[in-house]
Design a protein around this ligand. Structure first.
Ligand SMILES: Nc1ncnc2c1ncn2[C@@H]1O[C@H](C[S@+](CC[C@H]([NH3+])C(=O)[O-])CC(=O)[O-])[C@@H](O)[C@H]1O
Ligand SMILES: O=C(O)C(=O)Cc1ccccc1
Length: 255
């Protein structure tokens, strides 16, 4: 079992050709450090997850964590809610992430019902769920695949269920967006990333992490059927939304 976690130095040396960013073994080995130094508000969002679940999750309901990486959302829920409060299924496409998430969850929360599946969230057969978490995952899907996924998740949610959607966002106004991106780069510098790391990672993420606007997210959620959605967190160009499926909505079998 390899539970070592390293400092992110992936883009710290000059590369002849910057390859597309991928969630491979190298990224997995430094992922906790990378995400905490690169995603403003990541820890605060996870800290709120358990509190939001405590208010909105039906006792004993099923929770999906899509693009679960190392299972951080599962750990956050298990740290706040009692054993019988929920059943957790994390899903990730990266075999290296799934292997590490399984080890971590088995070691850290042996008494909770925690499952991790290796698979593509675009093609999964979804069971009914009380809560679905997409914590910085939708942004990595091809934009043309996003509507269909959110539509399927709406169908999988029980009436009264919630979708928690955290994303890097883009401001529609060009000047506002430029300001947010510049301050985001200041945030990365302040967290110890060099100019070269910032610039090479930016290249690696081109056409891989494609942010939508908040208005785009609202339109997609409304189009899928969510009766209400609102942003509850924003820190620079990173935001988190909660979307509600009406308690009186028809279940998919009735439709
Ligand atoms: N089609 C896909 N199917 C399944 N997984 C996918 C797919 N595409 C990408 N992924 C997975 O989505 C995750 C995105 S990271 C999520 C952080 C986590 N939620 C956290 O709360 O720590 C966000 C980030 O690194 O900025 C990676 O593990 C990918 O393998
Ligand atoms: O958007 C960026 O520049 C990031 O670095 C965010 C990020 C964090 C972790 C993995 C991939 C992208």
């Amino acid at each position: 079992m390899s539970d070592a976690s390293y400092r992110d130095a992936i883009f710290s040396t000059p590369l002849d050709r910057v390859a597309r960013f991928s969630f491979d073994e190298k990224v997995v080995a430094c992922f906790p450090d990378m995400i905490r130094r690169s995603v403003p508000g990541y820890g605060q969002i996870l800290g709120m997850l358990g509190l939001i679940a405590a208010r909105h999750l039906r006792h004993g309901a099923h929770v999906y964590d899509l693009g679960c990486s190392l299972g951080a959302a599962g750990l956050a829920l298990a740290g706040t809610l009692p054993t019988e409060a929920f059943r957790y299924t994390g899903v990730d496409l990266s075999p290296a992430m799934v292997a590490r998430a399984r080890e971590t969850l088995a070691a850290e929360c042996p008494n909770h019902a925690m499952t991790v599946l290796e698979g593509d969230i675009r093609h999964l057969e979804y069971a009914p769920a009380g809560m679905i978490v997409l914590n910085f995952t939708l942004q990595f899907l091809a934009p043309e695949d996003r509507d269909a996924l959110i539509g399927r998740l709406y169908q999988a949610l029980e009436p009264g269920g919630v979708l928690l959607l955290s994303e890097k966002i883009r401001a529609a106004d060009e000047q506002e967006n430029a300001w947010l991106v510049e301050r985001y780069h200041d945030f990365k510098r302040a967290n110890g990333y060099s100019e070269m790391e910032i610039s090479q990672k930016r290249t690696a993420l081109e056409n891989v992490l494609v942010p939508d606007t908040l208005a785009g997210h609202h339109a997609r959620l409304a189009g899928a059927g969510f009766s209400r959605a609102h942003a509850w967190f924003q820190f620079l160009n990173f935001a988190s939304l909660i979307a509600f499926k009406d308690a009186s909505a028809a279940t998919s079998r009735e439709e």
